[in-house]
Design a protein around this ligand. Structure first.
Ligand SMILES: Cc1cc2nc3c(=O)[nH]c(=O)nc-3n(C[C@H](O)[C@H](O)[C@H](O)COP(=O)(O)OP(=O)(O)OC[C@H]3O[C@@H](n4cnc5c(N)ncnc54)[C@H](O)[C@@H]3O)c2cc1C
Length: 504
């Protein structure tokens, strides 16, 4: 049995951030990662001469004061090399009108949106006001939802006067904001919002919490912004890994956690692991930071106590998040349009709206003169993980052809021009990232489930802390690193210590 002070389960961006923060505080910490490399949904894989970003392709929070930037500074490591995306994305509603550019410069964005969504400025002004309140609050590291006196104290410290007013809108949806500002009848604006919000909140405008939506709609524009990493998305994990190893943490890859139980005194956790060569192992720790989707705990925790049973039944009631189909292709640059966008959101009907990322010349993803093309479609998890092999391969081929066809049409090249194409399904995500049924992206940000009403990082089980994309503030690498900070602050506070991250 291997004794540790803290075991972090999962080496995606949430787990790596948690381990780096704790190691920086001098805590003895080991991170257990099932895959042979860390990174999870923000990792990469190699295919011949190409490097493909598995899931995440854009990074938020690298601007001064952004969540990654603050954490990197605190850890004393450099941020990975990155370029601001301007436009962050081209949004094609496939309605015969020109696509919409999400410009980084706010005044350029204002002109763009006035051109596309005339008469909606009141809506945007209200979003901007709500966002200001949200941001002032969020950047003071509140703890949400509140489950203890300490959490409540952190919440109070983060509150600004504006939050007294914006908080009144916490049960509204983005669609309600459209109604209040007289823009609900603007069909084109609603289609745009549905597309964007589905990407960032897993919900459409009618079902996205107004306070959450108001902020994600600002994410592409200064002073915030979206960034393209030099090299690949793996750089984010590499930087965090270098920090945690420097500070004495251990990263054990190829270690799959299969169960969690408490020792008789209920003061310590036993972590049951299948290690390399399928060896059963057991680790022992006073605290566990759990960065996998919380639904994994349903199978990991034994229902051997009243509290475990109660918590498991709470987790079983969580709504099922979406999964994704991701197409990974490569093409000669000459076959792409000259003004090819780096990121495109396309309202394709079949197989559904796509988010497309094209690598840049010299960005480390494809040889000179070539580009990688990644297209993701969010779908229901369905029965992908249970299909017979023949049916699975057939369904996979159908989707691969559909996506390839949409890309050929939009970018204007022939099927023969593909240098590479392959597809990941929910089954692939379940296998690569250990996510049950391939669920990705965390819980939808519905008014009943976002921020103050969401799942808490502080569990009712002593010494078990959650982080990752189902925990406040939600999905995305910037979001999950913030959730890791929250869980680590709670853990350290329980030990009588404080982690303070400077704001700039
Ligand atoms: C298709 C797609 C596109 C996306 N695009 C973007 C984007 O452009 N920008 C953005 O910011 N975000 C994007 N996201 C979301 C972002 O990738 C995730 O929110 C974030 O990376 C999740 O990090 P995490 O650490 O919470 O979880 P994960 O990345 O899932 O990490 C969990 C880790 O735990 C490991 N693990 C699983 N089971 C076990 C086990 N039993 N024992 C030990 N280890 C285990 C996994 O291997 C994995 O490394 C996208 C996601 C997807 C799927």
């Amino acid at each position: 049995m291997l004794q540790e002070s803290v075991i972090v389960i999962g080496g995606g961006i949430a787990g790596l951030t948690a381990a780096a923060l704790l190691a920086h505080e001098g805590v003895s910490v080991t991170i257990l990662e099932a895959h042979y490399q860390p990174g999870g949904c923000a990792g990469t894989f190699k295919r011949g001469q190409y490097v493909f970003d598995v899931g995440a392709t854009q990074v938020a929070g690298l601007e001064p004061g952004g969540s990654h930037d603050r954490l990197f500074k605190h850890l004393g490591i450099s941020s990975p090399g990155a370029e601001i995306l301007d436009p962050a994305c081209l949004v094609d509603l496939a309605d015969g009108y020109a696509p919409i550019n999400l410009w980084h410069d706010p005044s350029r964005w204002e002109v763009e949106r006035q051109h596309h969504f005339a008469g909606s400025e009141l809506f945007w002004s209200l979003c901007s006001l709500l966002h200001k309140g949200n941001w002032a609050f969020a950047s003071r590291d509140p703890v949400l939802p509140i489950r203890s006196f300490w959490d409540f104290n952190q919440f109070l410290k983060a509150l600004r006067p504006l939050n007294a007013y914006t908080g009144l809108l916490s049960k509204l949806s983005v669609a309600d904001l459209l109604k209040i500002t007289g823009s609900y009848q603007n069909q084109r604006l609603r289609r745009f919002l549905d597309l964007q919000l589905k990407l960032y909140s897993q919900e459409i405008a009618d079902r996205t919490a107004a306070l959450y939506g108001a902020t994600v709609l600002q994410i592409a524009h200064a002073p915030l912004g979206l960034w393209h990493l030099e090299g690949s998305m793996q750089k984010l994990s590499e930087h965090l890994t270098s920090a945690l190893l420097r500070d004495g943490a251990r990263l054990l890859v190829g270690h799959r956690v299969v169960g969690l139980s408490t020792s008789r005194s209920e003061k310590e956790w036993d972590i049951h692991v299948i290690g390399p060569k399928r060896r059963s192992m057991q680790f022992h720790a006073s605290d566990v930071v759990f960065s996998l989707p919380p639904q994994c705990l349903i199978n990991f925790l034994a229902p051997n106590s009243w509290m475990n049973k109660k918590y498991i039944s709470q987790l079983k009631k969580l709504p099922q998040p979406s999964s994704a189909i991701v197409f990974y292709g490569a093409i000669n640059r000459i076959d792409l349009p000259e003004d090819c966008p780096t990121h495109l959101q396309l309202a394709a009907k079949d197989p559904g709206p796509m988010f497309i990322s094209v690598s840049r010349e010299g960005d480390g993803r494809a040889p000179s003169g070539q580009a990688t093309l990644i297209a993701s479609v969010f779908i229901e998890t369905g029965d992908w993980c249970f299909l017979e092999q023949d049916n699975y391969q057939k369904e996979k081929q159908i989707l691969l052809d559909k996506i390839a066809h949409q890309l050929e049409n939009w970018f204007g090249f022939e099927p023969i021009n593909w240098l590479h194409k392959e597809l990941a399904t929910p089954r692939s995500f379940a296998k690569w990232t250990g996510r049950p049924n391939g669920i990705v992206g965390g819980l939808g940000q519905h008014p009943s489930l976002f921020g103050p009403f969401g799942l808490s990082s502080r569990t009712p089980l002593r010494g078990l802390w959650l982080c990752g994309d189902s925990i406040y503030p939600g999905e995305g690498t910037a979001g999950v690193s913030q959730s890791a900070l929250m869980a680590c602050r709670q853990l350290m506070a329980a030990r009588g210590q404080d982690i303070h991250i400077a704001n700039n």
